[in-house]
Design a protein around this ligand. Structure first.
Ligand SMILES: [Mn+2]
Length: 355
């Protein structure tokens, strides 16, 4: 059981209870996708939630106990009671998403209980994806790549960024996506120099690049991909940017394998682009992906993690030049025993031109 691994880690610190409040982590440990809190005790998983979700807990997480909360039954009280019954005076909590108000409420209910930060232990466990998780990510990627193909057959100069975004999102849903992995980015022309540009009413003109960064979800798992395409003939300057980004990505991908250091992979793409477009690649090369769109490890200047089978990272160099435009190309690497699988099969070898 996944939660046993967490409890083993905590046992080393003398802690035998954990309060899981982040939805992705609750899902990871139980399969339950609704609202509520999860209390982990040795050999027990207890979901605390209200009337709206009780049936859902039974269906999605049959090995969990469920405590129904309501006006008179507050989760804080129930957890305090359970700790007391089990003679526990310490509990691990998740520090990253809990509000200060919620934390105060938990502590006020059990003043003699010691609260110990879980830090990133659940996220560390989630780094290594199992076969089912990999299959879900591949399914999400299949949906997203299919949707990109749909867009290629539909998009024309004269459409706005918002229209393209709407169609791309529609195409992903139509192909079975559960939801967007994040807000789809469609940035054309000069907007392309903003890595996380919000789709606007800008009308896409011939001679512009369009960067599409998007992801579908399957079984809760995200994929993440970016392609940059051209509308009409674009300048040599923009073409050069595209092929420089592509070459940087290929060089980085060549280095992706078990045992490789995340920081070194980032450096390969960074040095290549820095030599040609100084200062134009200002974000990390990539990040982990799973139930959440940005996970660890990351391909960045600071992450010294060595890749192992089961890690999933994006490889997404870009060049962004205000007043000129920008380009990003993003694939995913699912690390295997002898290399990696890239589930992003959308074409990129030649700059795609839409007339
Ligand atoms: Mn990404």
């Amino acid at each position: 059981m996944r939660s046993d691994r967490l409890m083993e880690l905590l046992a080393g610190e003398g802690i035998r209870a954990a309060l899981i409040t982040k939805p992705e982590n609750m899902r990871y440990f139980t399969g339950y996708t609704g609202e509520g809190d999860l209390l982990l005790l040795p050999g027990r998983k207890i979901v605390l939630t209200d009337f709206r979700y009780v049936e859902q807990v039974e269906k999605q997480a049959p090995d969990c106990e469920c405590i129904r909360t309501r006006g008179g039954v507050r989760p804080e009280e129930e957890v305090a009671k359970l700790l007391k019954e089990n003679g526990l005076d310490a509990i691990a909590y998740e520090p990253y998403q809990m509000t200060v108000a919620a934390f105060d409420a938990w502590k006020a209910e059990m003043p003699s209980v010691r609260f110990v930060s879980l830090e990133n232990k659940p996220e560390k466990l989630r780094q290594i994806k199992d076969k089912g998780e990999i299959e879900s990510i591949c399914r999400a990627a299949e949906i997203a790549c299919g949707a990109f193909d749909d867009v290629l057959g539909w998009a024309k100069p004269g459409m706005t960024e918002k229209e393209v975004r709407a169609y791309l999102d529609y195409a992903m849903f139509r192909r079975g996506s559960e939801g967007n992995a994040f807000s789809t980015i469609a940035a054309a022309g000069l907007n392309g120099s903003m890595p996380h540009a919000v789709p606007s009413d800008h009308v896409i003109q011939k001679g512009e690049l369009l960067t599409l960064d998007f992801g579908a979800k399957a079984n809760g798992y995200c994929c993440d991909m970016t392609r940059t395409i051209a509308f009409g003939k674009v300048s040599d300057e923009l073409k050069d940017i595209y092929y420089a980004v592509l070459e940087a990505q290929k060089r980085a991908l060549d280095a992706v394998k078990p045992g490789a250091c995340c920081r070194d992979i980032d450096a390969i793409a960074r040095e290549y682009l820095e030599a040609r477009y100084p200062g134009a690649f200002g974000h990390s090369l990539g990040h982990g992906v799973g139930l959440f769109i940005h996970e660890t490890p990351g391909l960045s200047t600071r992450d010294e993690t060595l890749l192992v089978p089961g890690h999933v990272v994006t490889v997404e160099p870009g060049v962004y030049i205000p007043g000129v435009g920008g380009c990003r190309i993003e694939d995913m690497a699912l690390i295997t025993e002898d290399g990696f699988i890239d589930p992003i099969t959308a074409p990129k070898e030649e700059l795609i031109q839409i007339d």
